[in-house]
Ligand binder design. Structure first.
Ligand code: ADA
Length: 550
């Protein structure tokens, strides 16, 4: 599945095929001397294959392509984990840090047609080289070319980016901003296949000929194509308006309740390189439970998943990579630079998805500390400057002691009453669930924040699939179902709760370090489904509550 945007006039080479592969403990001294001894598909996480399970080192992928001689091209890599070096015909062209963000590599023209592409993906933890990804994060970092890879031959005057914003919902009016590589030239635009019109400038307004709004109930989509004769670019967008007011999130002038899950892109067989079939199956399961909302935890989402959310009508909270960063990271200029780059990449590349209504960053960072202020304010300012059309939030576990809530559109709290219980001797930890939600709402009101929508961005309990027990104790499916029943019912019934993203959609692999005692099987077991998408008891519980909401 080719994700939007599309470039219909470009000679495109699809690298989503089988590549040569070699796993090495350390990067090769001489790339030309690598003896490839295996074959792996792209996209893939090499350490999701039993042959390399649990290994940390460098996965070297190689393939060949026949291109038009003398034409420059752009190698588009959907994600390379955790960091990588890209070589074309032996020449080092790019080093990239970041496991979930797309990036481009300019490939200079060559006189011959056959070119060799090598991408060496390093999945070793090394804070100095790659501070974004650390082993204390509660999800497993795999290595490899985990998202789609293409090579596009570039026309002399080519389009770089097109952003579309709904300017007037009733009139079906959009604002379009076009960026070029190099000199901008004249170009035409066409909406939904209507007769092309000359664009007056790189930024212009246009009217959709037969406008239909995008909403979860009717996820209508429109296409815009820009064309300068030698290059063309097609983006897909939705007409919709998102607002935060009166303690609620509004879509197209109607208040709505966000009901859904936090979801990792993960499966034991594929790691984060999940096939479309699994993405579709996950969205079908979420739809079956009555959900309208997905939090893409804790990194930029696969563009194919976002395309599917646009088509299915899911609302998305999209956040850049982050997990529990404290003073070490938030005072480290290298971390901050990379975090800003990742966040910018997310907003710029995912800008046209109508499904995304919330931008976020730094899940559970140290947002109650003054040393974090400059970092948080820089991220807030960056996102607001790139995209004022969406709502801004981040998932905080500092809750009422968080210092920056006033600067957000939506207040999002991660909290675990009845699980990480403040009172370990409490005989009835489930009693904490509703009272803790009330306590947080009261605290927000006291702080003067009652008008900001309040989102429960995580809540949940661990349950081991198949473990049922008459005592209904911790780790049983019954306990998890009882806790989620209380949280979901309160979220649905309480008008002060704007939404809920349960932790989490399905179980996911994590590490065997010191936290492993709280992570049986080295999995985070708070999924309503297990890692193979087998439903636990809570599935029917959540479905009965969310599914009943009209
Ligand atoms: C945090 C975190 C999640 C997960 C969860 C848990 O809130 O954001 O990634 O680790 O806790 O299961 O404890």
């Amino acid at each position: 599945m080719n994700a939007f945007p599309l470039f219909p006039k470009r000679q495109t080479h699809d690298f989503n095929q089988i590549w040569d592969f070699r796993f090495l403990e350390t990067p090769p001294a001489d790339f030309g001397a690598v003896a490839y001894d295996d074959r792996l598909p792209v996209p893939s996480a090499f350490d999701a294959f039993p042959a390399y399970a649990g290994r940390r080192g460098v996965g070297v992928y190689r393939c060949f392509v026949e291109v038009t001689p003398g034409v420059p091209s752009m190698l588009k890599i959907g994600a390379a984990s955790l960091r990588c070096e890209v070589r074309v015909d032996g020449a080092p062209l790019k080093q990239h840090v970041g496991a979930y963000d797309p990036f481009e590599v300019e490939v200079p023209p060559a006189p011959r047609a056959r070119r060799e592409i090598v991408v060496a993906c390093d999945n070793r933890f090394d804070y100095a080289a790659c501070p974004l990804h650390e082993i204390f994060h509660d999800f497993y970092y795999y290595g490899g070319l985990t998202r789609q890879v293409y090579l596009e031959e570039l026309p002399a005057k080519s389009f770089r980016r097109v952003h579309v914003v709904t300017e007037d919902l009733d009139a079906g009016k959009i604002r379009v901003k076009v960026e070029f590589r190099g000199e901008p030239g004249p170009f035409t635009y066409s909406v939904d296949g209507a007769a092309p019109q000359t664009a007056p400038a790189a930024e212009f307004t246009a009217v959709v000929p037969a406008p239909s709004r995008w909403s979860p109930a009717r996820p209508n989509l429109h296409l815009l194509t820009v064309d300068n004769g030698s290059d063309a670019m097609t983006v897909r967008f939705g007409l919709r308006r998102v607002e935060a007011k009166e303690g609620k999130v509004w879509l197209n002038g109607e208040p709505l309740k966000l009901l859904g899950y936090c979801r990792h892109e993960a499966h034991p067989q594929f790691g984060p390189a999940t096939p479309e079939a699994l993405m579709v199956a996950d969205l079908q399961l979420l739809r079956d439970m009555g959900c309208n909302f997905v939090r893409g935890s804790h990194y930029q989402q696969d563009p194919r998943f976002l395309d599917l959310c646009d088509e299915f009508g899911f609302l998305v909270f999209s956040e850049s990579v982050g997990w529990g960063q404290g003073e070490k990271q938030l005072t480290d200029p290298n971390f901050i630079r990379l975090q800003l780059e990742q966040t910018r990449a997310m907003v710029e590349t995912d800008f046209n998805h109508p499904s995304i209504i919330l931008w976020g960053f730094l899940n559970e960072g140290a947002s109650d500390q003054e040393f974090a202020r400059g970092r948080y304010e820089a991220l807030i300012q960056l996102i607001r400057s790139l995209d004022p059309s969406r709502l801004l939030t981040y998932a905080s576990n500092r809750c009422l002691s968080d210092l920056f809530l006033e600067q957000l559109d939506v207040v999002s709290f991660n909290f675990y009453p009845g699980w990480y219980s403040p009172d370990r001797d409490n005989e009835c930890p489930l009693d904490e669930v509703v009272s803790r939600i009330h306590e947080l709402l009261d605290g927000l009101a006291e702080r003067g924040l009652a008008a900001k929508p309040f989102l429960i961005s995580e809540i949940g309990a661990g349950a081991l699939y198949g473990w049922r027990d008459p005592h209904h104790g911790l780790w049983t499916e019954e306990y998890q179902a009882a806790l989620l029943r209380l949280a979901c019912q309160e979220a649905v019934d309480n008008p002060q709760v704007a939404g809920i993203a349960l932790w989490q959609f399905c179980d996911g692999r994590t590490y065997q370090g010191s936290g492993a005692l709280g992570r049986p099987r080295a999995f985070n077991n708070k999924g309503t489904l297990d890692e193979y998408r087998r439903p636990k008891a809570a599935y029917e519980t959540v479905k009965a509550i969310f599914g009943g909401v009209k």
